[in-house]
Design a protein around this ligand. Sequence first.
Ligand code: AMP
Length: 283
Amino acid sequence: MQIVRSVQEMQGIAERLRSEGKRIGVIPTMGSLHQGHLSLIELAHRESDVVVTTLFVNPTQFGEGEDFERYPRDLDRDKVLAQGAGTDILFVPDANEMYPEGYGTFVSVEGVTEILEGAFRPGHFRGVATIVLKLFNITKPHVAVFGQKDAQQLFIIQKLVGDLNLDVQIRVAPILRDVDGLALSSRNVYLKSDERLRATALSRSLKHAEARVRAGERSVVRVKGEMQEILRQADPMKIDYLTFVDPSSFREVAAIEPPSLLIALAVRLGATRLIDNILIPVP
Ligand code: AMP
């Protein structure tokens, strides 16, 4: 596995690979890799000739008072894991090169970036869209892989790709969970042991909703109420949002209707903010 730090060198490598007819697969990450990230790398490995994993804790997607400084970083461990999962090139750019003095261009996807995560993290998706477009311009992928874990981010990236005619295919990897159901996240290391236990309420509430919808329940109010009750049992926990949306538009729905429903939630457990979601087919 080759480690590349310079933007120009990465662009040169990508250009050469393209001229050789190689298919480039890219997985943007913020590092502190876990099995969820590795499943994305493995998916890219199956779909491309050369796998580029990018590792960059992107300052522009963190708001004031968020965890940019304390976000977990472990490059040595990430190198071993990325290589083991099939990474050919690990791109680890420097923040000063990505955002030099005087940097001034940002990408704003409109509408959907204002709700849910966007409402609680103003400017977050502007940072995400900007860094993803920059990483695409640097690594020149044919295919890029993102996780369903960040469902709204995925929706926004698909919109960015469509709206700006980016010539890259987006692949989606399912949410990887721990044995107790907690969605894997680099932020799970923040959880104290009692919080870790209570955090399982997120996936339990989502699984409960899935079972209810499968059994024919179609009332948002009832399913949401039951989910809130499951979450309440894990108190103290602050629910930022618990929202039922149409996955094709990300608009909130008043009733559960075919063909599918996405339930997205974000909670705060002590100093840790967790998100999770479930995509439920509605027959
Ligand atoms: P991050 O490093 O948190 O920015 O995540 C990088 C990519 O990994 C994003 O596309 C995430 O959606 C994806 N990802 C993070 N956690 C998981 C998970 N538990 N299962 C699947 N994909 C994930």
